[in-house]
Design a protein. Structure first.
Lengths: 359, 312, 260
């Protein structure tokens, strides 16, 4: 009864094309944003702000990036970690070469550089499809990581191998990176960035570029015959996807960990983000958020569960068990709901619309 | 530039014997790549599933084998028991993962096998622990000295042994696939699950069989690689070595996997020895991928794949 | 070759196409005039679909030349053909299964939508204006094809007849000059066929679109087409008005079969 669009008539295509045509959805999103901007900063402690929310936002961004490529454009990629590393190191080089550059410019340019790199590694997608492409995206993963590991120029010839981004001011005396940056500043900055970028992604997806991606995904031959250039559609998907992953990588290094090292972006990171979009839902922005939340919360839960049960388990064992649980969950989700949490959410909404009637 | 374009070739010319040694040792590991790649090909050919878990199966099998042996079980008995465990894994995978997913998209199967990878990696290490275990199967890791004295070439005994074992296994698998009745049924399943079911091919049995065979191939690869590198988590990453072999050879081609394995094994070794230093080292991480990728741009269907005529 | 090529939108000139050793088309010639309904008929495997694939650049013939709107072309990508005004539907419906009816038809407008990624990401302003303008065109097509009720339905859930209609809508959204229809009425019942005939003729009338279609139902072909070409084993058997073709002995033999 509560969730029903009856009576909400649209009188123009403009209102019909709106992002959230149903009033209840608008209300829901606005209250969610209000909670994120007002409630969370009031109640959350530093651990929550930094370890959970910041990580969640950054993963969401990367998951949106991968979802654009895999969920919307249908190009399976295992190179997400490589593209994130590319963003992190581009941002590092930019921030150290131009100390006065504003953080937003740094992030934007790092995203653009990653987009170019992504397009480069997307070129094979014009010739090869499916699993062949998936394997070739591993080339991006391994090559990029090797590059940042082995070519000293990228680390500014640091001998220790551990490098940190310079402290950058966001506005006035508020630092966004480095030790002087407060968790709250970082929280608000990342939150805003994620909201804006998620909105941008949603807009691109409902526009003609998004339709060309989905057309390419659903039936590439037909898409080409109705005038969609595979070159443009695929490379733009790689570019936009890598842009998002690149910014996520830069945020990860600059804001979340505070160090720039290739190890953080190894192949398991790629898989983690792939899991997010599978569990959250392929081809869904909402799903990217849900999946990211799930993968962030799960290890925390697994780490604290034995203690709650009064069991003593070594750290290594917890890691192994975490692996197992991840594996089981992936399979479980694929069997029960291949379309992920986002679909479950959709079904719940459908049920609510009909409630109290079964059909 | 000179160090990159000229010096390596000068080196090869100056020390031809050393070059042959490098080449041979590359080819030997190539055969071992081929064995892992063949596990992939087997499952892909027979079910259209891209089995990412092959590497995890290698690790799991090797861990089981070493673990049993360390518990005091006779090595031959452990070998048989490990093989049985791998068949058990095949049964469970078919029952728990594959069967509920019949007729889903290939990408869903692929992701499910990533799930299996994580599970097996975690499960194996939960039971057997994660420390590096040396594995000595009694073949010394030293060159044939008589041969070296006679020809000046140092060829490693273990490499030869591994290559011989792999070759026999590869030949057996290839024969199994092309000559037996089951082999034919397997190929039918790969084309279309539903159609295969409708002509009375028992999908469940077929899947269990290929996964068992792939598991046993994994056991062999695990023991060989394990005695070379020690049985440890990195064995699971052998899968990443086998993937470029697959793109090079084509996912469905047994000769492709063998030739691809040899090319990648030899190419990688030569590149690392002659160019590795100039380029900053450890280039074998990505070298195979880049070779495979460049190759794909010119021949998208792989070495032995057939060109597909697209229809609308 | 016919002498009158002035009002020809497309002429096919000695086209041959082979896959390996298999000859799909041999030395095919015909002209399609502007605003005409042109039918390609023939038994199964005669090369009809291959002919359409050649026309819109999906297959590249080994020999021969195609002249479209007075421009000769040899090799062409199919999306370029689309940009130049050739649209088509497919024998086995080739809709984008994960998208709604509306979105499917909107993809037909893609060749006319130019706003770049940045504008699309912002959405407000020019991108929205462009989106809404094209939405209106698409809504007209939805009205024309009488599929308003399934606007938001994912096409995968639609019955076959409606899918064919949506596919026609997607082709129409491209506002093509030449519309290729590959068995638009296959698998339909009488009523659906009548509807489809009406749409085809209306498109031809209202928008002046030239139509080339493949159809097996002889009744339909004879009723709606201005000109018919008959293919058999990749060769042209006959060409002419429906009446001429109907009386042609070679055509009768091909369809009814004769002892060779």
């Amino acid at each position: 009864m509560i969730y029903r669009e009856a009576g909400q008539f649209k009188t123009s295509y403009k209102s019909d094309q709106a992002l959230l045509p149903i009033a209840q959805d608008r209300f829901f999103i606005i209250s969610l944003l209000a909670a994120a901007y007002i409630l969370v900063p009031m109640v959350a402690n530093d651990y929550w702000l930094n370890s959970i929310f910041l990580q969640f936002f950054i993963f969401s961004l990367a998951a949106i990036g991968l979802n654009i490529l895999t969920g919307y454009a249908g190009q399976l990629s295992l190179g997400t970690g490589g593209f994130m590393a590319c963003g992190a190191f581009s941002a590092y080089k930019l921030a150290t070469s131009f100390p006065d550059m504003h953080i937003i410019v740094v992030l934007f340019l790092a995203g653009l550089i990653t987009a170019l790199v992504g397009m480069l590694f997307g070129i094979p997608s014009l010739r090869i499809k499916g699993f062949y492409l998936a394997v070739s995206t591993l080339a991006a993963q391994f090559f990029l990581l090797w590059l940042f590991n082995r070519v000293p120029w990228f680390t500014n010839y640091s001998s220790s191998g551990v490098i940190s981004p310079p402290p950058i001011k966001l506005i006035g005396d508020y630092y966004i990176t480095g030790t002087q940056a407060t968790n709250l500043t970082q929280y608000f900055f990342t939150l805003t960035l994620v909201v804006v970028m998620a909105l941008g992604a949603r807009n691109i997806i409902r526009g003609h570029t998004g339709r060309s991606w989905m057309a390419m995904r659903d039936m590439d031959i037909a898409a080409e015959i109705i005038g969609i250039s595979p070159l443009k559609a695929k490379l733009s998907a790689f570019a936009v996807s890598s842009f998002y992953c690149g910014i996520a990588g830069a945020l990860w290094a600059f804001l979340y960990t505070g160090t720039v090292e290739p190890l953080a972006f190894e192949i398991n990171q790629s898989f983690k983000i792939l899991f997010m979009i599978i569990i959250g839902g392929l081809g869904s922005i909402l799903g990217s958020f849900l999946g990211a939340a799930f993968i962030v919360v799960l290890p925390i839960f697994l780490n604290s569960a034995p203690a709650l049960l009064g069991l003593e388990i070594s750290g290594a064992l917890v890691t192994h068990i975490e692996f197992m649980v991840f594996g089981v969950l992936i399979v479980f989700f694929l069997i029960v709901e291949p379309h992920g949490l986002a679909r479950l959410w959709g079904i719940a909404k459908e049920k609510l619309r009909l409630w109290p009637f079964p059909h | 530039m000179q160090a990159f374009l000229i010096d390596p070739f000068v080196m090869m010319y100056d020390a031809p014997l050393f070059f042959v040694e490098v080449l041979v040792s590359g080819l030997m590991s190539g055969v071992m790549y081929a064995l892992v790649a063949l596990g992939f090909v087997l499952i892909y050919k027979a079910s259209g599933v891209f089995n990412f878990a092959q590497g995890a199966m290698v690790l799991f099998a090797a861990l089981t084998f070493v673990g049993l042996w360390e518990l005091g079980v006779n090595p031959w008995l452990s070998l048989i028991l490990s093989a049985l465990v791998m068949i058990g894994v095949a049964f469970s995978v078919e029952r728990v993962v594959l069967r509920p997913l019949v007729n889903q998209d290939p990408i869903i199967f692929f992701m499910a096998t990533i799930g299996i990878t994580y599970f097996l990696d975690g499960f194996g290490q939960t039971i057997w622990g994660s420390e590096v275990r040396p594995l000595d199967i009694g073949i010394p890791n030293e060159p044939f000295m008589d041969f070296a004295d006679w020809s000046g070439l140092y060829i490693n005994k273990f490499d030869v042994f591994a290559a011989v074992v792999c070759s026999i296994l590869v030949a057996l698998l290839a024969g199994f696939f092309t000559k037996t009745k089951i082999g034919r049924a397997l190929r039918a399943v790969a084309d279309d699950h539903q159609a295969a079911l409708s002509v009375g091919i028992p999908l469940k049995t077929i899947w269990t069989i290929v996964w068992s065979v792939a598991g046993i191939a994994g056991l062999a690869a695990g023991i060989l690689w394990g005695s070379k590198l020690g049985v440890q988590f990195t064995l699971s990453l052998i899968a990443f070595k086998a993937l470029p072999v697959l793109i090079l050879g084509g996912f469905t081609s047994i000769p492709g996997a063998i030739i691809g394995g040899l090319i990648i094994g030899a190419g990688e070794k030569i590149a690392e020895v002659y160019w590795g230093e100039v380029m900053g080292g450890a280039i074998e991480d990505w070298f195979a991928y880049v070779v495979a990728l460049i190759f794909l741009l010119f021949r998208p269907q792989g070495l032995f794949g057939e060109k597909i005529i697209e229809r609308v | 070759m016919e002498t009158n090529t002035d009002d020809c939108i497309l002429s096919v000139d000695h086209i041959s196409l082979a896959f390996g050793g298999v000859k799909a088309l041999t030395d095919i010639c015909f002209n399609i005039r502007e605003k005409e309904v042109f039918a390609i008929i023939g038994p199964n495997g005669a090369g009809k679909t291959s002919m359409l694939n050649v026309i819109n650049g999906f297959y590249h013939p080994q020999e021969g030349e195609i002249t479209y709107k007075g421009v000769h072309r040899k090799q062409m990508k199919s999306h370029d053909a689309a940009v130049q005004g050739i649209a088509r539907t497919f024998q086995n419906v080739a809709l984008f299964k994960g998208m709604s009816t509306l979105d499917n038809i909107m993809t037909g407008r893609n060749i006319r939508m130019k706003r770049n990624l940045l504008w699309q990401a912002v959405y407000l302003g020019p991108a929205r204006k462009e989106e809404l303008e094209n939405r209106e065109v698409v809504e007209d097509i939805i009205d024309f094809l009488e599929i308003q009720a399934i606007r938001r339905t994912p096409v995968g859930r639609l019955p076959y007849g409606l899918q064919k209609r949506v596919e026609l809508g997607r082709a129409l959204a491209m506002e093509p000059d030449l519309l290729l229809l590959d068995e638009p009425m296959a698998g339909m019942n009488i009523e659906e066929k009548q509807d489809m005939c009406r749409f085809v003729l209306d498109v031809n009338d209202q928008y002046g679109t030239t139509i080339a279609l493949i159809e097996h139902d002889m009744g339909v072909v004879m009723d709606i087409s201005d000109k018919v070409v008959v293919l058999d084993y990749g060769k042209k058997l006959a060409e002419g008005t429906p009446d001429e073709v109907r009386g042609n002995q070679a055509v009768i033999d091909a369809y009814l079969g004769v002892a060779h």
